[in-house]
Design a protein around this ligand. Structure first.
Ligand code: ADP
Ligand code: MG
Ligand code: ZN
Length: 478
């Protein structure tokens, strides 16, 4: 990036709320039902029907607002945002415009270890989702209205972000919060979390904001980062060529890693917003607010501190383990079986996360349940198996779902702690490697590791390495 310029980014993030029913009717929000079956006259937009507000949507939105330090407005209203889209049967979306429910918040992102930046939250409002147009049919576009009326919150940031990386960190933070609150599953690939990025550039030192474009259609965190980086470069090139930025909406194309123009940007007045006459003012009084605040769970930053203090984990481990509520829960469930905090952390951070990242599954779908991994760690702790054997049987636990003690018994992998058996293996190795023994006695201490390895091999990895080490040293020094 040309160092004379500075990027300015503001994100509009939509999160689909995990309520059982839709925002203004009793239809199910269940994903994956046959097309056009989760519908009723209200969400189909038939004339004469009346929407009724889902109380849970208000509670979820207020929870979010509280966590990101928003002012929770006592009164807020719904507005109609008018536009035509085939998957919007009413011809308008019910949203909030003037007087949204939450305003003036902030979240902290950690740029580098210990370096915190505050990102302002302009507002959070409630709205309904539209249906889905399905274009991948050869001769027609199909419409599925199951998603019509699914509750969303829109979280609008201040233009405080200065780089694609900051945007990535901010989004990660929002995902972490919504998943901790259990108000949204945070899945960007499946569209439950969506992000539109507003991007402009300006010369460093300039205080006026440049003309912005809005990039849509990024379905992963990495794509958001890439799309913003691309758009920053595109704008700088235009300005360097003496051209102007046109305010417009762009689509990110993940196949070509480019942005494509979608439409010229509409202005708020194009939507002819007006207060929805069918819905009453939402009133969140102090009493309701305080009962909602009682539903606040332990939040990520606090849980992270607790992991450091209670389990004596390095900050690095605690960061990763508390990155999602589900992962933190998994870790803590292991600790109901074993007290080896650090070892449990190592297993989760390496073996478990490697597998779920490689196979793109969530921790809830990981086949080895935490009590089973806890047992495995306990078996190492109690010297029943070696750490090496544990690593070897773990893939089998994943593929078969068997408990570790069953695999260990079936394969006869119990660690040898019987000293006489180890002693004879040690003697055999000493006799077989006289040159190495000489080297060791002449002061080359590194050779010891080789000899230990040979004994481990001789015992097919089952010897207790500490005992091998002790016996070997003992015999060599005699
Ligand atoms: P619009 O009316 O075009 O939707 P808003 O004022 O509602 O614009 O802002 C939408 C988002 O764009 C917000 O996240 C805001 O922070 C961001 N934004 C506004 N102006 C700029 C700008 N010049 N450059 C980058 N982002 C901007
Ligand atoms: Mg906007
Ligand atoms: Zn309905």
């Amino acid at each position: 990036m040309n160092s004379r310029y500075e990027a300015v980014i503001g994100l509009e993030v939509h999160a689909q709320l995990l309520t059982d029913t839709k925002i203004f009717c009793g239809c199910s929000t269940k994903f994956g039902n046959p097309p056009n079956t989760n519908v009723c006259p209200v969400c189909l937009g038939h004339p004469g029907v009346l929407p009724v507000m889902n109380k849970k949507v208000v509670e979820f939105t207020v929870l979010m607002g509280m966590v990101v330090n928003c002012k929770i407005n006592e009164k807020s209203i719904f507005a109609r945002k008018n536009y035509f889209y085939p998957d919007l049967p009413k011809g308008y979306q019910i949203s909030q415009y003037e007087e949204p429910i939450c305003e003036h918040g902030k979240v902290e992102i950690e740029l580098k270890e210990g370096i915190i930046k505050e990102i302002g939250i302009t507002r959070i409002h409630m709205e309904e989702d539209a249906g889905k147009s399905i274009h991948d049919h050869s001769d027609a576009t199909l419409i599925d209205l199951n998603r019509c009326g699914t509750p969303l919150i829109e979280i609008v940031s201040e233009p405080d972000l200065r780089s694609p990386e900051e945007a990535y960190l901010y989004l990660t933070k929002l995902k972490q919060i919504v998943t901790y609150l259990d108000i949204c599953d945070g899945n960007m690939e499946q569209g439950s979390l969506r992000c539109d990025a507003n991007v402009s550039v300006r010369l460093k030192g300039e205080s006026k904001l440049g003309t912005k474009t809005e990039v849509k259609n990024m379905n992963s965190f990495r794509n958001v980062e890439r799309a913003i980086a691309f758009e920053i470069e595109r704008q700088i090139e235009l300005l360097e060529d003496g051209k102007q930025i046109v305010q417009q909406t762009l689509l990110w194309d993940a196949d070509t890693n480019k942005v494509l123009p979608m439409r010229s940007k509409e202005e708020a007045h194009d939507y002819r917003y007006f207060p929805d006459p069918d819905l009453v003012t939402i009133v969140v009084n102090d009493e309701w607010k305080s009962s909602i605040s009682k539903q606040l769970p332990e939040l990520p930053d606090i849980r992270r501190e607790r992991f450091i203090n209670q389990y004596k984990l390095p900050a690095y481990d605690a960061n990763i383990l508390t990155s999602s509520r589900q992962l933190a829960n998994y870790y803590e469930q292991i600790l109901t079986v074993t007290n080896d905090y650090k070892s449990a952390s190592n297993w989760v951070m390496t073996e478990v996360l490697k597998f779920i990242n490689d196979s793109k599954i969530s921790i809830e779908d990981f086949p080895v349940k935490p009590d089973s991994l806890g047992k495995l760690i306990k078996m190492i702790e109690e010297n029943i198996i070696s750490g090496k054997i544990a690593k070897e049987i773990f893939p089998e636990m994943i593929s078969t779902g068997k408990m570790p003690e069953q695999i260990v018994a079936e394969k006869n992998l119990v660690q040898i702690s019987d000293t006489s058996e180890i002693e004879s293996a040690v003697e055999k190795i000493i006799n077989a490697n006289p040159d190495d023994v000489q080297k060791f006695l002449a002061g080359k201490e590194k050779v010891l590791g080789f000899l230990v390895g040979q004994v481990m091999k001789e015992t097919r990895g089952k010897a207790n390495p500490k005992i091998v080490n002790d016996i070997l040293l003992n015999k060599l020094k005699r």
